[in-house]
Write a protein that binds this ligand. Structure first.
Ligand code: HSE
Length: 297
């Protein structure tokens, strides 16, 4: 049996639309073994498909097919700590977990770069898949199924405050509201900030992060879909966050906070209560510099 631990991820980091993402200390777990039938269960109350529509199953089957190996059935046990459709990479976790499990079950015919190419292709963009697989902060570009990427480890002096609402927002819906074309000025606005974000997180120049996470490609169009998000941005900056941005396609809002700002969590929780932000909860997370982990039993 293969056991896989897959981290949550936060994509875009504001300006790095479809290009930047980082890995966080919140994990899904999978147990996968070959069987003569399909048997899918979960260790928690999260509703997941138990049939051939299950994303982990579909991904394992996909990789077996790619490698020309027969697959008769699977036993899958899922532990789903990453909330679904909240901008924290739950579908990437299924895809990366499924690919890594399938590769192990077949005796590892594929290397990490090949798995990353499949993960990013299945997801459609690399900014969740790459950090879920590799950990840390990943800058990635996908071209013809190949992912050109750099992984950087991030120091442990930052906390990632994930403000997670009670409602879901499907990535497909959040992508439909983005304009198909942007001006040259807006393109420059974003590319300069995305570059600044990646190097500043790596170098520790955190005073740059607020400017670096500003963007003109997606957040302004998505904010109206996320009631309460603008107030959370404002509150996060008021309480001293370095940066605040929509995590992935949303609806989670992520604030980057110095670990020395020990009262941020208490103040933010009190603010959520006092402002009747019903359904929103706060998870204080850290960077995961390791990425997916596998154990054979
Ligand atoms: N870059 C993607 C988006 C992340 O913003 O749509 C969501 O999966």
């Amino acid at each position: 049996m293969v056991k896989v631990k897959i981290p949550a991820t936060s994509a875009n980091l504001g300006s790095g639309f479809d290009a930047l993402g980082l890995s966080l200390t919140l994990y899904n777990y999978l147990e996968v073994e070959e069987s003569d039938r399909l048997d899918i269960s979960s260790t928690d109350a999260v509703e997941i498909p138990k049939n051939e529509q299950n994303l982990v199953y579909k991904t394992v089957k996909y990789l077996f097919d790619v490698c020309g190996r027969p697959l008769h059935g699977l036993r899958i046990v899922q532990t789903n700590n990453i909330p679904l459709a909240r901008g924290l990479g739950s579908s990437s976790a299924c895809i990366v977990g499924g690919l890594v499990a399938a590769n192990q079950l077949m005796g590892c015919p594929l290397n990490e770069d090949e798995l990353l190419g499949f993960a990013a292709t299945l997801e459609g963009h690399p900014d969740n898949a790459a950090p879920a697989l590799l950990g840390g902060l990943v800058t990635a570009v996908i071209e013809d199924g190949k992912v050109y990427h750099v992984k950087q480890t991030v120091k442990d002096d930052l906390m990632f405050a994930a403000f997670i609402p009670g409602f879901e927002l499907k990535t497909s819906k959040a992508r439909k509201v983005i304009p198909l074309e942007v001006s040259h000025r807006d393109a420059v606005f974003n590319l300069s900030r995305a570059a600044l974000m990646s190097v500043s997180l790596y170098s520790g120049d955190y005073q740059n992060l607020r400017a670096a996470c500003e963007d003109r490609l997606h957040q302004q169009y998505r904010l109206p879909l996320i009631r309460g998000a603008q107030q959370i941005f404002d509150m996060s900056y008021r309480f001293g966050a370095y940066a605040a941005f929509i995590s992935g396609a949303g609806p989670t809002v992520m604030a980057i906070v110095d670990t020395a700002l020990f009262d941020f969590e208490g103040k933010a929780n009190a603010w959520l209560r006092e402002n009747e932000m019903t359904g929103w909860s706060l998870r204080m997370l850290s960077i995961d510099n390791r990425g997916v982990a596998v154990k054979l039993d």
